[in-house]
Every structure is written in C-alpha cells, then in structure tokens.
Design a protein around this ligand. Structure first.
Ligand code: DLL
Length: 432
C-alpha cells in the first residue's frame, strides 16, 4: 500500500528531472536568503545558475553540524521568523546545538512524508497509533503524530516514559501500532512479559521504530516478543526529523523519499563519492524545505544505497539500515569498531539478553574494552564454570568479528540502564 503512489513509484527519469528543478530552486533560495550559503558559494566561486545537472552537486560545499552550531540559533533560516510556525532543536554534547524551523508548508510536507513511512510500515486510518516518542524539542513525537493524524489513524499522544501506563493504555485503548525507539519497544515488551500479560490479549499489529541504530537480531526479538511486524524508519532533525526514509513490508532497506531529499554516499575521509552500493557517509540535500534548507548536510551516518528494484513497487532508492555514526565508531588500538557489530554477536549467543554496554578505558598506552552484557537469571546464578564458558564463547566470537580482544563481564538482568528514548551503548572514559 502506498500513501502517494504517483511520487513513490515515479520512474527514474521523471524523478531526476523533478529533483533537478527542485535543487535549482533551493540553491537560488539559499543563495539569496542565507548569508552563510551566499558567502560559501562566493568563496568557491559558485554561481547557483551554473548547477545544471544533479551531478554538479559535487561542486557545492558540505554543511556540517558545526556550521549549524556556529549559526545558532536562527542564522541558517531561509525565511523570516514570522513565517516559521514550529521550532525544534536537538541537543548535542554542548547543550542546545542545532535549532531547526518549519513553515506552514514545511509542516504539510513533513506530515505527508511521515504518512508515507507509516503507510509503508502497515498503518492505515483504521489503526490506533500509540506515539511513545518524546513530545518535545525532539522531532520524533510531533513528527510521527502529524503523519499518523494525516493518515486519519486514531492517534494516542502518550509520549515516552511511564512504561506501566503505556501498557495499560495499550490494553484499554486497543493500540494496534506502536511508535518509539527500538530499545524502548524492547523495554515495553519485557515489561509486558514481567507483568504476566498474555501478548495475545493485546491488539498490536505493527511497530514503527527508529531514531537509533538496531540490528536485525533485535528486530527478530521485538517481533517475536510483541507479535508484530516491526519496520525501521530514519530521519534527523537537521534535515527534517522522521520521514526521510522508511521500510516497507519487505523489511529489506529503507525507501528514501527522494523527491524531497537528494542523497549521496561519500568516503568520510576523502569526501569523494563512494562507488554505488558501497558503505560510506550519507549526505543529504533538502529539495523542498522552505524554512531550513540544508545543502549537502553530512549526516555522519554510515549506510549504503540499494539500487535493485524492490518487490513492493516503490521506485525510490533504498538505504540499508544505518550501521552506526562515524562519530560512534570506536577506534580501539587502531581498529574500527561499531557498537552494532558487538550487538550482532551478542544477540546470536544463547543466554545473553539484548542489553549491553561498551566501556572503553585507557590503561597506560593501551585501549581497554569491556563489554558488559546482561544474562538470563539462570546463567547469572549458575555455577562459575558455566559462567566462564559463556564468557569465553562471547570473547571468542567478538574477537573473530572485531579482530581485537575485549573483556567481557556478565551482569545480572536489568542491571544496565533502560531507556524510553535512545539507548546509550558506549561509555568512553579515554580522555583523548
Ligand atoms: O532521531 C529523528 C527521528 C525520530 C527518526 C523518530 C526516526 C524516528 P535526531 O534526534 O536529530 O533525529 O537524531 C538523528 O539519529 O543522524 C542517526 O544517527 C540516528 N537515527 C535516526 N533514525 C535512525 C535509524 C531523530 N532508523 C540521528 N537507524 C541520525 C539508525 C538512526 N539510526
């Protein structure tokens, strides 16, 4: 099922023509209205009129999160504040680092794009959608809310937190679709189990999860525990929020809303384009945003593009699930390690729980990694010998996956922090 078949199934040639027209319009607008882009284009001697093909985009400068910080709060807005009807922000390590705005028209576009993602994930106007993302400056709650309302679904704006109440509402209001982060979905699933509630007594059918990386194994686990079809959806505040890309029922890559976002995959070191299908950093240019257009925004997210046609009939390119962020990548004794690699290994081992944390220290000149992993109660209270065997198995599997040796510590179920938002997987204590 499609929300907007004309645009989601448009043939490549028409799509590229549309993208080019929209790109030209966007470039003219930022050149005229945003001093930052005007200056940058001038410095590189770029006249927006000279961008005549999609491939010309490579001549344009990148935009980074730092540029957004430097222009805090409204410096990159392309319309006067009186035309802005909504403001969101994402908090970085240095507090409120990026502020984004939406015109009335942007909100309309946003709602429609989220409606596409929700429709692809199974939601229709007959669904009761529980939005357990935070309603705040974070784009998750409001973004998904507007999309679900646009479809005509019955929306429960419960926001995140208070898991017992989430479950009561789910029972009483007969929720059919749950919308939150995958880690919160897992916490809800485990709590349902602990409360002794029979999952078959709930009405849940679909889960639409995003805002943080998760593995295929984690999807299986959530699907099994909640008895739902779980799809992944992706977005980021700087570009719009949720609604950039989402999976269809095939659950094999996220369809990118390419008529609104032009994507590139670059090598984060050389900044050159990666060959088609290779993993690199996703770079996004918005094609229709009015209040907050971004040109070649470096997302820091690592993925690859899937060009093979999808059996669902959508013609848009898909992106593979995000592997991690370039800034989440740990360099351990010179070896690149992503938290998701560790998650994949842990989830394939019997007895471990899908809750883990990676602690990195520096001992002398050497990096020292400890993977803390929760294990089922029976193992935790089991004889030492069995615990040692499990530790050895995990160590062996991790070292063959990562090519480095790590310490493993088994911890009791529920001893690691749970979250109703994005999970914190890494604690890096190295002062470097
Ligand atoms: O997380 C927007 C969003 C809300 C997307 C709800 C989906 C659902 P930010 O807080 O700005 O915005 O964080 C954006 O989160 O650059 C990725 O690193 C990560 N991220 C978002 N979706 C996914 C996903 C929202 N499906 C940052 N898989 C992005 C992996 C994701 N990482």
């Amino acid at each position: 099922m499609y929300w907007d078949p004309e645009n989601e199934c448009m043939n490549r040639e028409d799509l590229e023509q549309l993208q080019l027209e929209r790109l030209e319009a966007t470039l003219n607008r930022v050149y005229l209205n945003v001093p930052f882009y005007h200056r940058k284009f001038k410095e590189l001697d770029i006249d927006p009129e000279s961008i005549r093909a999609l491939a010309d985009i490579r001549k344009l400068p990148f935009t980074t999160k730092n540029d957004l910080r430097d222009n805090y709060p409204y410096g990159l807005f392309a319309v006067p504040l009186r035309e802005v009807v909504r403001i969101h922000a994402s908090s970085g390590t240095t507090g409120m680092s990026t502020v984004v705005g939406y015109t009335k028209n942007d909100i309309k576009t946003w709602s429609n794009l989220v409606a596409r993602v929700l429709t692809a994930g199974g939601v229709t106007k007959d669904d009761v959608v529980q939005i357990a993302f935070g309603y705040s400056l974070f784009t998750g709650g409001f973004g998904l809310h507007y999309g679900a309302e646009r479809i005509g679904a019955s929306v429960i704006p419960i926001s995140s937190g208070n898991t017992a109440r989430q479950i009561k509402i789910m029972q009483d209001f007969k929720t059919t679709a749950l919308v939150c982060t995958p880690s919160y979905a897992l916490l809800i699933a485990d709590t349902i189990h602990e409360m002794g509630i029979n999952i078959n007594s709930l009405s849940l059918k679909y889960g639409l999860f995003g805002a943080e990386p998760w593995s295929e194994k984690m999807r299986q686990e959530i699907q099994d525990k909640l008895k739902i079809i779980a799809t992944d959806n992706y977005g980021l505040s700087e570009v719009m929020g949720p609604g950039v890309a989402g999976e269809c029922m095939e659950r094999n890559g996220l369809h990118i809303n390419e008529d609104h976002f032009l994507v590139e995959i670059i090598d984060p070191k050389t900044l050159e384009p990666m060959p088609t299908g290779m993993v690199g950093e996703l770079v996004i240019t918005t094609l229709t945003k009015e209040a907050f257009p971004v040109i070649r925004f470096r997302t820091r997210d690592l993925t690859r593009l899937i060009t093979e046609p999808c059996p669902c009939g959508r013609k848009t390119l898909r992106m593979q699930r995000v592997m991690g962020r370039t800034d989440d990548m740990l360099i351990i004794r010179g070896v690149n390690v992503f938290p998701l690699q560790i998650e994949n290994v842990l989830m394939s081992i019997e007895g471990t729980e899908p809750h883990y944390q990676i602690v990195v220290d520096r001992k002398g000149a050497l990096d020292d990694v400890t993977v803390m992993v929760e294990v089922s109660e029976s193992i935790f209270f089991d004889e030492m010998k069995k615990q040692h065997e499990l530790i050895e198995t995990i160590k062996k599997r991790l070292s063959s996956e990562l090519n480095i040796s790590v310490n493993v510590k088994l911890v009791e179920k529920k001893s690691l922090e749970r979250t109703d938002g994005k999970a914190k997987r890494v604690i890096d204590n190295r002062k470097i």
